[in-house]
Design a protein around this ligand. Structure first.
Ligand SMILES: [Zn+2]
Length: 262
């Protein structure tokens, strides 16, 4: 029987969710950057039974955030981290989220994972807004990086924090993705949304957040599948471009020390 999303918090449901015996409420997750995709991922993680959630992003909820969801318009202007904590507590009273990345556990805890999320805030790839942490996390903390560029998301494979893609690589990937989409528009005749539908942004957010939740939970609940003490993670296959229902792979550039195949 295929596992089902863990909307139940019962021990039995958790065991069904994770064959290794690790329960979702033992998972520690740090969110750095709380754009709508990251916020949706945090809510999905809480839906799956994750309680130990640490969120950091003091920038205010914008009208764009509220329009894209899941932030409600009433919280526009509030710090994103405050707004998301409020949403998490309202959804799951047993979830007590923190905004204290300096207190986040080290990668010695096998159920610790991180999502680093950023967004292209202007028209150019260099308008990328990358979250800055005053206290960097543990160098080996398994981390997924994602970038939102309008209605497009880019997601890097899970890597130790010290091998995260650098700003230059993030910008290069945004340029490459724009070029790819311009030269080879992704088409799917079964798509419910047209390329110009406002639903595209919502689809991108929801599908990307679902994939991020699977990736983070998969690592946290079965950490032996991805050894990290020596940085010997599974070989990444590239980064994923998501535009609504469309998906493509992009090969990262290999001329940077942070390169994924380095
Ligand atoms: Zn780089």
């Amino acid at each position: 029987m295929a596992p089902t999303p863990a909307t139940s918090t019962s021990h039995a449901a958790d065991q069904r969710f994770c064959a290794s015996g690790t329960r979702p409420d033992e998972v520690h997750v740090l969110f750095a950057g709380l754009d709508p995709i990251a916020a949706t991922t945090a809510l999905l993680m809480a839906d799956a039974g994750v309680c130990l959630i640490n969120v950091t992003d003091p920038t205010p909820v914008t009208a764009h955030d509220a329009a894209a969801g899941p932030y409600p318009p009433a919280l526009t202007g509030s710090p994103r981290e405050y707004a998301l904590r409020k949403l998490l507590r309202a959804r799951w009273p047993r979830c007590v989220p923190l905004s204290a990345p300096e207190l986040f556990c080290s990668s010695v805890i096998p159920t610790a994972v991180m999502l680093r999320s950023t967004r292209v805030a202007g028209p150019l790839p260099q308008d990328l807004s990358v979250p800055v942490l005053a206290t960097p996390p543990d160098a080996h903390l398994p981390t997924i990086t994602t970038v939102t560029d309008g209605s497009v998301s880019l997601t890097w494979p899970l890597l130790p924090w010290y091998r995260r893609p650098c700003r230059e690589c993030l910008e290069a990937a945004v340029r490459d993705a724009r070029r790819l989409l311009r030269n080879q528009p992704l088409r799917d005749h079964g798509a419910v949304a047209t390329p110009h539908s406002p639903a595209i942004t919502t689809l991108t957010r929801v599908i990307t957040a679902s994939q991020l939740t699977v990736g983070l939970l998969g690592q946290a609940l079965d950490s032996e599948a991805c050894p990290r003490a020596d940085g010997a993670v599974e070989a990444p296959v590239g980064l994923t471009i998501r535009h609504g229902l469309h998906r493509a792979e992009l090969t990262p550039r290999g001329d940077c020390l942070c390169t994924l195949d380095g």
